[in-house]
Write a protein that binds this ligand. Structure first.
Ligand code: ACO
Length: 451
């Protein structure tokens, strides 16, 4: 099949949030640390009524209803997540209850796990399935979802939650470009979840940033050289109309775009350097691995890349700024944000670069080619139109005070893995159509209902 890629997208986020500016005051940190220093405005979070299964049930139901897709037309379903409730039973099998009425049980795929990277692995697997001899003509459905929560302390404001569902098939409006995918994987303890009884990760913040930036360097260099092999000339930022990143927090993404410009600078010839990077000759001998926390270089390339950031990356940060780090859906929340910020006509024919990072670590850079067809009723128009509700939905959320947020986190912390358990939070605030946890019985079996 030709032009395999993303055919439809659905994104959900929690119906309540905490204001980062209020969290700064409540946490007694200096004003601006979370809003300016991290670049975050609001953080979405879940009460004990929502868990990884309910988020996935909601996002799949929404996608199928919005696009009017038959449950029989799915031949593969795969979930990427790092929010683990069960060491054996996959979230995918929980989602099979949605398919029961249709009688369709012939659906490949289970869960894929590695920090924030699982969604990308699930997407790659699904694209491979459609391109393979195992493909039976049906769609693949990729679900990426997480509840990102941190223990009290400096990492807490970088939480978030959400879920995305992506329908994968042939003749897609967003096509995964072949032959250029670049991957970098290593063994490192930057962020991991060794305590199976806790929702919280063990995190070395500074190391995780260093790992993220070094993985970005590695993936980008490989992506450029693979693109050059495919005859795209000397490849660089100029060849990407938009660049999306995994978003731990928005400020790191702005630094990352600057980092790509630094990579271009390092790869450039002497002549190109003096032409395109005036005043930066002094940096010509820098070694990338010495510069992760180099203030001078960071400042110089942040300044130089300001316009490129505004053009190529800022439009992708809407959801991340408003909801926070959703872990596996984070990069794809960036794609949704770009689509609604720029619209189909502006994006037609463009190339989008994407960088996916999961601690531990697994990372890839790949690209999407946006279809040229923007006729009314075209797949691209349809895709974008079906996302226009996102902006108003963000405004429909309920604001919760930091005090209440804290006590809701405490309820989650105390009852995580408790059985039997009946959730305490009211259902009033949930968006219509949301699946929620009704109860957990003494054998840890979870029952879900829909608002
Ligand atoms: N006004 C403006 N900016 C401020 C202010 C202020 N009042 N106070 C601090 N800042 C700036 C700092 O200068 C810093 O900016 P810089 O990075 O450009 O220097 C930024 O705000 C953050 O302040 P720090 O003191 O560096 O923050 P801290 O070390 O307390 O925590 C961290 C940040 C490490 C990111 C923490 O939130 C964390 O561990 N998060 C989870 C891990 C993470 O997200 N890692 C990223 C990749 S892995 C992943 O996706 C999970």
């Amino acid at each position: 099949p030709a032009n395999v890629g993303i055919v439809a997208l659905e994104l959900i986020f929690p119906s309540q949030y905490v204001e980062q500016i209020e969290l700064e005051a409540y946490d007694k940190v200096s004003a601006g640390k979370y809003t300016v220093g991290l670049g975050q405005a609001r953080m979405g979070f879940c009460t004990d009524r929502e868990d990884i299964n309910s988020l996935c049930l909601t996002v799949v139901t929404r996608l199928m209803e919005r696009y009017g897709i038959s449950y029989c037309s799915i031949g593969r379903l795969e979930v990427g997540t790092e929010t683990i409730l069960d060491k054996s039973k996959s979230v995918k099998t929980v989602l099979m209850q949605l398919f029961e009425k249709s009688g369709n049980t012939d659906i490949e795929g289970v869960d894929t796990i590695n920090a924030c990277y699982g969604g990308t692995a699930a997407l790659f697997n699904s694209v491979c399935w459609v391109e393979s001899s195992a493909w039976d003509g049906r769609f693949a459905l990729v679900v990426a979802a997480d509840i990102a929560v941190y223990a009290k302390g400096n990492a807490r404001p970088t939480g978030g939650a959400g879920a995305i569902a992506m329908l994968v098939g042939a003749n897609a409006p967003l096509v995964l470009e072949r032959g250029v995918r670049a991957t970098h994987m290593r063994h490192v303890y930057d962020f991991y979840k060794p305590d199976l009884m806790s929702e919280y990760p063990t995190v070395d913040g500074k190391l995780s940033i260093q790992c993220y930036l070094s993985a970005l360097d590695k993936c980008y260099q490989l992506f450029c050289s693979k693109s050059e092999k495919h005859g795209k000339g000397h490849f660089g930022l100029k060849d990407l109309d938009a660049v999306l990143f995994h978003v731990p927090y928005c400020k790191l993404v702005q630094k990352s775009l600057a980092r790509l410009m630094l990579n271009d600078f390092v790869r450039a010839s002497e002549e190109e350097r003096s032409l395109h990077y005036p005043g930066l000759e002094g940096f010509k001998d820098v070694k990338l691995e010495d510069t992760y926390f180099d203030r001078n270089i960071e400042k110089a390339f942040m300044t130089l890349s300001k316009m490129a950031f505004e053009e190529k990356t800022q439009p992708s940060l809407l959801v991340a700024n408003q909801v926070g780090n959703m872990y596996t859906p984070s990069l794809y929340g960036g794609l949704v944000s770009l689509l609604i910020s720029r619209g189909a006509d502006e994006l037609a024919g463009k190339r989008i670069g994407l960088f996916s990072y999961g601690s531990g670590l697994a990372s890839s850079m790949f690209s999407l080619h946006v279809s040229l067809d923007t006729n009314p009723g075209s797949p691209l128009k349809h895709l974008v139109e079906n996302l226009t509700h996102i902006k108003s939905q963000l405004e429909l959320r309920h604001k919760i005070s930091p005090e209440e947020f804290d006590s809701i986190m405490e309820v989650r912390e105390l009852n995580h893995h408790k059985a039997p358990y009946t959730p305490q939070a009211s259902l009033d605030m949930l968006f219509p159509g949301t699946w929620y946890l009704e109860s957990v019985d003494e054998k840890h079996r979870r029952l879900y209902k829909q608002v």
